[in-house]
Ligand binder design. Sequence first.
Ligand code: PMP
Length: 361
Amino acid sequence: MQTVPIHDSALSLIGHTPLVRLDRIAREEGLRCNLLAKVEGFSAGGSVKDRIALRMVEEAEKQGRLIPGVSVLVEPTSGNTGIGLALVAAVKGYRVAQPEKMSKEKSNTLKALGAEIYRTPTEAAWDSPESHISLAKRIVEETPNAVMLDQYNNPANPDAHYHTTALEILTSLSLVPSTPSRPSSGTVDVLVAGAGTGGTLTGLSRRLREANPELVSLGVDPVGSVLARPESLNVLKEGESAIYKVEGTGYDFVPAVLSHPNVTHWLKSTDTDSFATCKRLIRTEGLLVGGSSGASVHAALRWLKSEEGWRVAGGKEGKNVVVVLPDSIRNYITSSWLNDDSPTATADKSHSVATDLGDVD
Ligand code: PMP
């Protein structure tokens, strides 16, 4: 958060998110490195995508592509880019229309921000006429003054993370001195981020590698998606399904803004591990994050405890491992994975709180 006495609008509440130590989980896992989370749910619209919404709009304004009060923004999005765009549009005076699959919470937030929503089938292939991308293109053709900022191809997407998210992380690390009880390399040694468009992973990897050429950048991609490399990782194993419920990551095509050479390793994630680790983050660290955050933390732990990961960072004091937690539980309050009674949801009652309604937990 910027330290200004009064903010001019919600736009200056975009980004400036906290870097938080995941000390409890790190201790439970026996890690020696610093395990840190960039908690993007604290941004004005509630996700990492607010940053790209603001940057894409501001770049288009500079190019004269957008006129406040006249232009209509059309974007295919799984929700968070939509919320970011609708928030920026609300403040700046644009209309927004967006087609996609998303949770009820995301679509309600979008409606409240004044966006028009067109739902498309989740299972539609990206290049089929029913897909969110095809529909967005048709809406642009049919709507006067419509502009698609196109997060999949727009360099302002990774640039937003290069210029803001990465710089915030580096500044935070530079402000914390290395002490005998809390050693720190002063830079990011390992970055872990999920990929949807790949903008977060690409922009952060580029800037953080400039600061530390030894950076290990780990991309996280759901089983059933095709973004991981080598491509053999994406081949379904026996019993695995191509359908995943975690929102915001994974695709059936590789977006142009995803730069594979910037990513050192890829890890595949499953819904079960992602949702269980999301609940663990909430219960153990008190961080109210969404499913893709669980996917990245689970992947981080797996890699840090692997032979290579332990040697490079997991077993080394002072190494800084930064995991991006892209959004908050606000988007999924009524989702079945959050509300089920599975063992992971109810196992640890040791710090339950009884409310005055008699509810426990
Ligand atoms: N997690 C969530 C919840 C998201 O909405 C997104 C954006 N689709 C991501 C992760 C991945 O971000 P990016 O598009 O920058 O790869």
